[in-house]
Design a protein. Structure first.
Length: 423
């Protein structure tokens, strides 16, 4: 079955091969390259994306970047919330949506109607993965939980994402990113240690969850190829966030019988920040060689010592005084010369024009036929043998008729489905 799926020819749409179709390093790509076939290690895999907002859609988008045929299904009466989040050229193609749903095809389908559910099951019979992030119990009520879908396709892999888990005291709560940030301690970690808890100004939890989901789906596909069949994967935003935080933010909670360190990770981050004449830089000197280099950068050679501890205790105040009189790029270049890790605090516009970002081709510029030019961060992993593809996000329902035809629905029946508001 897996081999047959790999041989399936996918219906493609505007595509950019992110490893072979970029412009030369040093500039943004200015247009996508038309292609009829998705490329990447996931080519031949079909994913049905029933999820909404960020965690599920972004996970499915990673698979699309890697070549999977991802079919995003939305209720014709209720588009994905992110179609309206962020700058929007119109037609439900807001910035958040195009960034988390690129490379997909779009289908509208009312799963609350029996015919809609039956059409979903027909599609699942020809698919490899289903992604959903309903609250626990909703999928079963709709008739599209793992038990129902595996009954029509035993090889199906179903990823269900929830806020707190499928059961437990918080299982039925409505959840967004900020809720889990607060409940997992992110807000206390982000504080300065003296003031009030602070929210991380980004959808951290949703995105960490999405990364875990994409990795888990990939692992399940590998297990299936090795003969283990389909399976159900349960993932919560809370579990994903706690796992993400543990190595550094929770390091004083790892060894239950060990004495906690007096320094938290926030202190390390804060101590690495330095005010300079025209902004801020971050400098991290962790070993003797780097400490000696930092003293060269700041002209404090008299503080050199065989003891890293002595240098670390003596340099902060005089170093800050010297650095405050230097420009940020002067500090950056001197640190570079002396092998000291240093970064310049940059705005979003400065980051977009950064020479390394340009050299890497990190940000591509695409052209959407309806919305015009827009930027997208290319898939970060570069595959030497199976290059990833960067494709446009879909307009709502743009591929409904084509997808229904693929599962044997005639044009006449498509018109009936439209009339019945099932699609």
């Amino acid at each position: 079955v897996f081999a047959m799926h790999r041989l399936r020819r996918l219906t493609g749409h505007v595509c950019c091969n992110t490893q072979t179709d970029n412009l030369q390093h040093g500039s943004l790509s200015t247009a996508a390259v038309a292609s009829t076939t998705a490329t990447g290690p996931m080519a031949g895999i079909r994913v049905v994306d029933l999820s909404s907002v960020i965690s599920g859609p972004w996970a499915a988008s990673f698979l699309a970047d890697q070549g999977a045929d991802v079919i995003k299904i939305e209720d014709p009466k209720s588009p994905d919330l992110t179609r309206g989040l962020g700058p929007n050229p119109g037609s439900g193609m807001a910035a958040m949506f195009v960034s988390t749903n690129r490379g997909k095809r779009s289908m509208t389908l009312d799963l609350q109607q029996p015919q809609g559910l039956e059409l979903l099951k027909k599609l699942v019979r020809q698919s490899d993965v289903v992604v959903m992030n309903y609250r626990p119990g909703v999928a079963k009520k709709l008739g599209c939980d793992y038990a129902a879908l595996s009954a029509v396709n035993p090889d199906i892999i179903v990823m269900t994402i929830s806020g707190f888990g499928p059961s437990g005291p918080y299982a039925d709560l409505k959840v967004y990113d900020q809720v889990v940030q607060a409940m997992t301690g992110v807000t206390s970690i982000m504080s300065d240690g003296n003031g009030q808890p602070v929210m991380f100004h980004n959808t951290l939890v949703d995105k960490v969850c999405a990364l875990n989901a994409a990795q888990a789906i990939s692992a399940a596909l590998l297990a299936r190829e090795r003969g283990r069949g389909g399976q159900h994967i349960e993932l919560s935003m809370m579990d994903s966030c706690m796992h993400f935080l543990f190595p550094d933010a929770y390091w004083n909670k790892v060894w239950t019988d060990a004495k906690p360190m007096p320094i938290e990770w926030r202190n390390i981050a804060q101590n690495s920040e330095y005010e300079v004449a025209d902004g801020k830089v971050t400098i991290t000197a962790t070993d003797k060689k780097q400490m000696l280099g930092l003293l060269e950068v700041t002209g404090l050679q008299e503080l050199k010592s065989d003891s890293v501890g002595k240098m670390r205790a003596a340099y902060p105040k005089p170093a800050r005084e010297r650095l405050a009189k230097m420009s940020k790029w002067e500090v950056f270049e001197k640190c570079r010369q002396h092998g000291v890790p240093c970064g310049v605090f940059q705005s979003q516009d400065e980051a977009l024009s950064d020479p390394q970002v340009k050299h890497n081709g990190t940000v591509q510029e695409l052209v959407d036929p309806k919305g015009g030019r827009y930027r997208a961060a290319r898939p970060p992993a570069r595959f030497s043998g199976t290059p990833s593809s960067l494709r446009l996000a879909p307009s709502m329902g743009a591929d409904t008729a084509a997808i229904l035809a693929e599962i044997g629905i005639s044009q006449a029946d498509v018109e009936k489905l439209k009339a019945g508001k099932i699609i």
